[in-house]
Design a binder for this molecule. Structure first.
Ligand code: EPU
Length: 418
């Protein structure tokens, strides 16, 4: 039987915790190996199931992928352009191979990712963008088949921002002939990390982090050594852990400017948040206040923090709403939190949360990555008894050693098998 996580809550967390490299930066940076033959070294790669899955997929494509933490990728012998269903179905981010495969081989066959626990998540904006660069795209037997002898720079206007879509288009445009403009691009810091790495290799990308990105095509890249940015969602999860346990936690090795919207809402909710150049400290001296939050593309409040923030609001002094604007099905944690005593009702894309005095331990089931994190936070806050979270493989997809790091902060959390 897969691992379960057990938590005896009620202990305030105290101390320092270091964040790992960002999952959502590491995955596109790994996919970018397809663009650059030779030894390309990524440092600060988090130890995650999604990273292992990406290594497996790249291995299938002929890219060697060695090491943990510091990962050496070499696509000199890459020879396949086919990302099969069996590998793609376990991780949607596999779609990040589409742009670089097309740029490298003039051809890509990537399984359509299919449904997902947090929403329908189509890839139409990726495909429309690649078509604008001259790719010929067919959908056959559940696969995207894209072909283009050489992509040609063009203006791509996204109908709405997409993070991995923007990353795919940047990677596709790196070798396109002439200039590409990506308009209404996503602005997430992970996109800046990808552009910085590609520019260090010789690409000519300007404007990453704004909604208009320009890419001037080049003919080749030179591999580099690059350090993956810190995980802002992991950092935010520890800040909330301090809040829900009424503790005091210092998060080291993060980039505070990446968390502006989160910090602002935490302060409104009554937490004190101090910051230094690469650290944040959160405490909750006077109880949690109810605040309304709406998720938005960066620099707005991240959807990847919605489930965790809901636990904070579940313990607040009043009525709050959490509106999810990014994904259509990202409330699977709500029934589980209610089983732990939270008072939450759903109305379309809005959760209405009535703060309660405390949560109670219960057996619960993880449904997706961030939902799992919210259940861990609820377990840490719950009084009396032991919360048992099953299906924690969801957590291991995207958090590097979450249980170990929380136990170093004093949390009573452990794993059990069988
Ligand atoms: N969308 C479309 N068509 C497209 C692309 C997106 O309709 O072609 C829609 C999506 O269905 C969604 C919205 O646009 O409603 C935004 O989706 P986006 O494409 O930005 O999401 P993504 O690139 O698939 C990345 C992260 C997610 C994170 C979102 C939003 C990676 C590998 N994944 O997904 O991370 O939630 O951006 O910030 O970067 C997670 O880490 O838990 C996670 C789900």
């Amino acid at each position: 039987m897969p691992d379960r996580i057990l938590i005896e809550g009620g202990t305030p967390l105290h101390g320092e915790v270091a964040v790992s490299g960002a999952k959502n930066a590491a995955l596109p940076l790994m996919a970018a190996s397809l663009l650059v033959p030779g030894e390309y070294v990524l440092e600060n790669v988090p130890d995650l199931r999604d990273v292992t899955t990406m290594c497996g997929l790249l291995g299938h494509l002929g890219v060697s992928c060695d090491g943990r933490g510091t990962v050496t990728l070499d696509s000199t012998k890459a020879s396949s352009w086919d990302a099969p269903y069996d590998l793609v179905k376990t991780m949607r981010a596999s779609i990040l191979t589409l742009g670089p495969l097309l740029a490298r081989f003039g051809r890509a066959q990537v399984s359509q990712p299919g449904g997902c626990a947090i929403g329908t998540r189509p890839i139409n904006r990726h495909l429309a963008g690649l078509e604008a660069l001259g790719a010929n795209i067919r959908l056959e037997h559940g696969y995207v088949i894209a072909e283009a002898e050489r992509l040609v720079g063009a203006e791509v206007v996204f109908e709405a921002p997409t993070v991995t879509g923007t990353e795919n288009l940047i990677m596709a445009a790196v070798f396109a002939e002439g200039r590409t403009a990506l308009v209404n691009a996503a602005r997430e810091p992970e996109i800046v990390d990808l552009a910085d790495a590609l520019n260090a290799m010789g690409a000519r990308i300007a404007g990453a982090g704004t909604d208009v990105i320009h890419v001037e095509g080049v003919t080749s890249l030179t591999p580099v050594r690059y350090r993956v940015m810190p995980d802002r969602i992991e950092a935010g999860t520890y800040l909330i852990a301090a809040g829900v346990t009424r503790g005091n936690v210092t998060v080291k090795g993060c980039v505070p400017s990446h968390l502006r919207a989160v910090i602002e809402r935490l302060e409104k909710a009554g937490l004190t948040v101090e910051e230094g150049p690469d650290w944040l400290r959160a405490a909750c001296p006077d109880g949690i206040r109810a605040v309304d939050v709406r998720t938005d593309p960066y620099p707005g409040f991240p959807t990847d923090m919605q489930a965790q923030f809901m636990v904070l609001m579940a313990l607040s002094d009043g009525l709050s709403t959490l509106t999810e604007t990014i994904f259509d099905g990202r409330f699977m944690h709500v029934p589980e939190l209610c089983r732990m005593g939270a008072d939450i009702t759903l109305s379309d894309r809005r959760a209405i949360i009535r703060g309660v005095a405390g949560l109670s331990a219960a057996p619960v089931m993880a449904t997706d990555l961030r939902a799992s994190a919210s259940l861990v936070l609820a377990g840490l806050a719950a009084e009396e008894g032991i919360t048992e979270i099953s299906r924690v493989y969801h957590l291991d997809r995207g958090y590097d050693s979450l249980d170990r790091k929380l136990s170093l902060l004093g949390g009573k959390i452990w794993r059990a098998s069988g």
